[in-house]
Every structure is written in C-alpha cells, then in structure tokens.
Design a protein around this ligand. Structure first.
Ligand code: OAD
Length: 239
C-alpha cells in the first residue's frame, strides 16, 4: 500500500492534497472531532457562528485568542514538512488545499496553499472591512479594534453558515477535478464543501490516497487507505 502510494505520487504530473485538523494533531493542536476534539468540549454554535459573535464577541474572541496561543507555541511536524519538501522538489502541478486555520503549512514552507476556512492570523474589521495580518498572541485587548475606524475586529476565519472564500474554493475545485492523484490527510471528511473534493477528484478519474488514523466517509472511495499518523505516513509516501 505504501509503495503503491509512493509510486503514484512520484509519477503524477498533477497532485492535489486536502488536509484537515489531523495533520496538526502531532504538533499539539487539538482536532475538532474524535477523542480530545474541540467540539467535545465546546459547542460550535456558541463559538464558531456569526450568531455567537453577535451575542458575545468577547467570549468568541477569548476562544480564538486561546487557539492562537496554542498554535503560536506549536511547530510544524514531519507531515507538514514532508508536504513542503515534496512541493519544493516538484512545484508544478501541485496544490495544497487546507481546511486548517493554524498556518502551520505556511510555516513549514508550503507555498501553493489554498485556505478554505481562512486564517487564525488574519483579522477583519466589522466596520470598514479592512483585513490585516496580526500574529500577536495573546492580543493586547479583547475584542480587538480596527486601527483605521475603531470598529470591532473579527477573526478572519469562516464560521458555520458562512460562504467560503471564492477564489480559494475555485482553485480547490479546479485542482481536485484535474489532478491525477488526490491525497486526503487528517480530515473527518464531514464538513462541506471541503468534503466534496475527494468524491469530485474520484469522479474525474484521479487515484485517491487517504492518510488517517481512523476510517472516514472518504475511506470507501480511496484506492489506498493508509491507516496511521500523518507525521509517520507522509514522509514515507512523499519523500
Ligand atoms: P476533524 O477534527 O473533524 O477531523 C480530524 C481527523 O483527523 C479525524 O478523521 C481523525 O481521525 C484524524 N486524525 C487525528 N490525528 C491524526 C494524525 N495524527 N494523523 C492523521 N489523521 C489524524 O477536523 P477537520 O476534518 O479538519 O471548520 O474538520 C473540518 C472542519 O470542521 C474544520 O475546518 C472546522 C471544523 O469545525 C470550521 O471551523 C468552519
């Protein structure tokens, strides 16, 4: 199985990778579902919806500020690094689509990253719409305010019920529907539209490789399912 995945990834001219929270688990960043997942401890509707932010912006910001702190103390792991190295060796025809907001792919050196769910490190003004990078953790004031107009800032992430950034979604759909190999790593494959990318690639004729510690709805579609951690499996199949 590992050798088959290695061969496909070495030979394909167009490769699309989809990652989820599981790829950052070995960096110490909690996932959302499964044991130790954030949605076991917290309710998404209290923290990750536009309604939650309207009701209690300070509470929502405290949660994001905590997550920013966790991620800023974390480092990319062998899985992130293997993806960055694979792209360095063959930059053409490679797209990395991520649902993660932690920025660990970018810190590992990945370049062609399409972020479907935004970034923990971007903040957007609820008044004037200005969006900027802010990597301070913790933030000095919660909720933070816009330096231009003084209105409240919101996290630059996609909440449940919101649209995904159009350009990133279009790039992801284009990459998934034209790749020869799709590699799906560390995602429970239940949140749409990201979860539709693997079936889309499969329908378009791509080989599908899944790396996950568990079975997911995508496992049944996969040509190769590598049951194991991303930090161990990715260096083996990519490098
Ligand atoms: P989930 O937390 O739903 O799923 C994490 C997946 O990673 C599970 O399938 C685990 O089995 C797997 N996993 C855990 N540790 C792993 C490891 N070391 N190596 C490989 N796999 C591992 O995370 P996502 O699928 O990313 O959205 O969740 C999708 C979206 O739901 C998130 O982007 C977030 C969340 O609510 C928003 O906030 C909009």
């Amino acid at each position: 199985m590992t050798q088959q995945a290695r061969d496909w990834l070495a030979q394909a001219r167009r490769v699309c990778v989809l990652t989820g929270a599981g790829i950052s688990a070995e960096s110490g960043v909690p996932t959302f579902r499964g044991s130790g997942g954030l949605w076991r401890e917290f309710r998404a509707e209290d923290l990750a919806t536009p309604g939650a932010f309207e009701r209690d912006p300070k509470l929502v910001w405290e949660w994001y500020d905590w997550r920013r702190g966790v991620v800023s103390a974390a480092r990319p792991n062998a899985g992130h690094e293997a993806l960055a190295e694979y792209e360095r060796r063959r930059p053409d025809g490679f797209t990395l689509v991520t649902q993660n907001v932690d920025g660990l792919h970018e810190r590992a050196g990945s370049r062609a990253v399409e972020r479907l769910h935004g970034s923990l490190w971007r903040v957007r003004c609820t008044g004037c719409g200005r969006e900027v990078e802010d990597d301070r953790a913790p933030l000095p004031e919660l909720p933070p305010r816009c330096g231009e107009c003084g209105a409240m800032l919101r996290p630059g992430v996609v909440w449940f019920g919101e649209m995904l950034p159009e350009a990133a979604l279009e790039a992801a759909v284009a990459a998934a529907s034209s790749c020869e190999v799709m590699l799906v790593v560390g995602t429970s494959a239940v949140v749409y539209p990201a979860a539709s990318l693997a079936p889309l690639a499969r329908r378009a004729g791509a080989r599908l490789i899944e790396v996950n510690v568990e079975e997911t709805p995508a496992s049944g579609l996969a040509d190769v399912h590598l049951r194991g951690s991303a930090g161990v499996a990715l260096p083996r199949i990519l490098l």
